[in-house]
Ligand binder design. Structure first.
Ligand SMILES: [Zn+2]
Length: 441
């Protein structure tokens, strides 16, 4: 077997060597930010940090956190770029916008080298999934200012793959391309993978049989790290599906490798991960906490201790693939911004997806948090497979209500919609509504 690593020297680096590398990059980044970013100069000063005294990772806890709200406020106060920018604008090559659900999106700038770092680490992930030069790749993300399309495209090209650009194509055109070109790898959101499969099935096309797709990868949402969602995508395409978590502001930071051990490796030579508990103390192996990243490679916007608001679990085991890169158990487990409280119980939409997706007869679903008869309530609307008869639909509803009550620790209302009645999602899904605040997110 050819090497399973694109960069074995990095992917299997000893802990001591990795720590030395990270410490050196951290020193350089903090000095660079302090010297060239007015935003960080103010922040470091306010925190009483002398950049010259930052020696390595051991000094990280002395550095202040950066939040997305802060970056947004900074850009609002000093439009359009804010003053995080630590290079002359002439040195900037790329701009991408974050996909904001509320307010103005954040504009994120990169130099040529920054951009290379973003897509090259992504390419390392594709290689770990098994994508090779001989593959033909379709990156089915939206064409526009979002990073998903561009990073997927450039990453595949970085490996030498032939990339079919489909950013601006319709779903019908994309299906047509999958049928007519020897496309073997497909990247898209997990919701779009399911939408594509359902759309193809309606046209009598079986993507598993009628295309050459052997690998799919998924970003933008955590679905591919949910076993039942992944199994559904794999069955639809007759391929292996992989999760690729990323953040516009940091990197396409992680990947599950072809050992498929349920672990998400981190490109820690590009971005240093901390996992912190509610008191901002590091959690140990097996512990869960908020993921905080320090960018070790980006010079235009060198984020320090950036709070991702994603919850991860530090792996307490090594991956059979032999990589020494730090790993998490099962991708992003929860997003703090998605957390809901219902009658005192904390609910994450991902947990509902974990419970609903194993039911093959559920084509789509929707989660509504509402006030019902004076109480907070969760309504799960189910879009059942058209093949179900009335009695089977009723049975499915009862089973789901039981399993959701047990799994969430709270009673939920399950309602059956007509087949095909609920919205489908051609990019990131918006399956959750909170009618209590009337702000869908
Ligand atoms: Zn691995």
């Amino acid at each position: 077997m050819a090497s399973r690593y694109l960069e074995p020297e990095i992917e299997r680096r000893s802990r001591a060597a990795m720590t030395r590398w990270q410490s050196q990059r951290l020193r350089e980044q903090v000095r660079h930010a302090a010297a060239h970013s007015p935003f960080y100069r103010r922040k470091l000063k306010a925190a009483g940090v002398n950049p010259a005294r930052i020696r390595g990772l051991e000094d990280l806890p002395r550095l202040p956190f950066t939040t997305k709200d802060e970056l947004k406020e900074n850009q609002a106060a000093r439009p359009p770029w804010g003053d995080v920018l630590a290079v002359p604008l002439a040195d900037v090559l790329r701009v991408h916008l974050t996909s904001a659900t509320t307010g103005r999106p954040l504009a994120f700038l990169d130099t040529r080298e920054d951009w290379h770092g973003f897509y090259h680490s992504y390419a390392r992930s594709l290689y770990a999934f098994g994508v090779r030069k001989a593959d033909m790749v379709m990156a089915a993300f939206s064409y526009g200012p979002w990073i998903g399309y561009w990073s997927g495209f450039h990453a595949a090209q970085d490996l030498g793959c032939l990339v079919f650009p489909v950013g601006g194509l319709s779903t019908d055109q994309r299906i047509d391309a999958l049928l007519n070109y020897p496309i073997t790898a497909l990247g898209c959101t997990p919701s779009y993978a399911l939408f594509l499969a359902e759309h193809a099935a309606k046209k009598g096309i079986d993507l598993a049989k009628d295309t050459r797709i052997r690998i799919t990868w998924h970003t933008g949402e955590p679905g591919a790290s949910i076993p039942a969602t992944r199994a559904r995508i794999e069955a639809a395409f007759g391929a292996k599906a992989y999760d690729l978590p990323g953040l516009t502001e940091i990197a396409a930071w992680g990947f599950e490798c072809d050992a498929r051990a349920g672990l998400t490796h981190v490109h820690e030579d590009y971005c240093y991960p901390e996992v912190l508990d509610e008191q901002d103390r590091p959690v140990g192996p097996g512990g869960r906490g908020e993921l905080v990243f320090t960018s070790l490679y980006r010079k235009a916007m060198p984020l320090i201790r950036y709070r991702t608001r994603d919850i991860v679990q530090v792996a307490g085991r090594t991956c059979p693939c032999g990589r020494t890169l730090r790993a998490f158990e099962g991708g992003v487990l929860a997003r703090l911004d998605d957390m809901k409280k219902v009658r005192g119980i904390i609910i994450y939409p991902r947990r509902i997806e974990e419970l609903v997706r194993p039911h093959a007869a559920v084509d789509e679903f929707q989660i509504v948090f509402r006030r019902h008869e004076g109480l907070d309530d969760i309504l799960i609307r189910i879009d059942p497979s058209p093949s179900l008869g009335p009695a089977e639909r009723d049975g499915l509803r009862t089973r789901l209500a039981d399993e959701l009550r047990t799994g969430l620790g709270i009673r939920v209302t399950v309602e059956m919609a007509e087949p095909g009645a609920l919205p489908r999602w051609d990019h990131k899904a918006r399956r959750v509504r909170d009618e209590r605040t009337e702000v869908p997110f």
